[in-house]
Write a protein that binds this ligand. Structure first.
Ligand SMILES: [Zn+2]
Length: 214
């Protein structure tokens, strides 16, 4: 089973990918993580990538393909979850080839569909206890006593600087720009499975499981 997981930041993609790894033994192949690891380990591909990045250039599709090939060769018969790749039709075609060379194929492109305005509301209202990390939300989960953490009684809270509307909307636009080029390619092949990313986490999980078990 090999899937692509698509979803904007804040849609819960990381949560679902972690769960699929834990529950199904799948392996998440995130190109960003793989690149950093290859560079740190100074693998042949990592050294090549480092030279390109040090020169201030973008890592080529050939390098990314080589990296993914290396990882696919290491994961045995476990399923792969592609994250952050492919981003162009050329990369999508390269991925098909990489998989075919290893007797694999892509089973599903799972798209966590979100309502942008609702996502902004959810993300921008988040805050956490500065002491114990308990999560709160301006609208959906205020402390029982205003300004006092339910869990530890602390009166200090913090917000992530990224959790503001401008940042969230910029990230959404980036996400749309990255997925727009590949969705038609996979839609044509009838591989795109939209999942309501605004549903509660366990319902999103159930929807994804139903797709993987179908
Ligand atoms: Zn607390």
């Amino acid at each position: 089973m090999n899937i692509i997981l698509l979803g904007p930041p804040g849609a819960g993609k990381g949560t679902q990918a972690a769960r699929l790894q834990a529950e199904r033994g799948m392996v998440q192949l995130s190109t960003g993580d793989m690149l950093r690891a290859a560079v740190a380990k100074e693998t042949p591909v990592g050294l090549q990538a480092k030279a390109v990045m040090d020169a201030g250039e973008l890592v080529s599709d050939a390098i990314v393909s080589a990296l993914i090939g290396e990882h696919l060769d290491c994961i045995g018969d476990r399923g792969a979850i592609f994250d952050g790749y492919p981003r162009t039709q050329a990369q999508a075609e390269a991925l098909d080839l990489l998989l075919a060379e290893r007797g694999r194929h892509l089973d599903h492109v799972i798209e966590l569909v979100v309502d942008e305005d609702e996502l902004v509301r959810r993300i921008c209202g988040r805050f956490t206890c500065a002491n114990c990390g308990a999560p709160y939300h301006d609208e959906f989960k205020r402390p029982k006593v205003d300004g006092v953490c339910d869990v530890c009684g602390s009166t200090e809270f913090k917000r992530r600087p990224d959790d503001n509307e401008a940042t969230v909307r910029t990230r959404m636009a980036e996400y749309r720009a990255k997925t727009a080029p590949i969705l038609p390619y996979y839609q044509q092949r009838n591989l795109v499975r939209p999942v309501d990313g605004m549903a509660p986490v366990n319902e999103v999980a159930a929807s994804i499981d139903a797709i993987l078990d179908s």
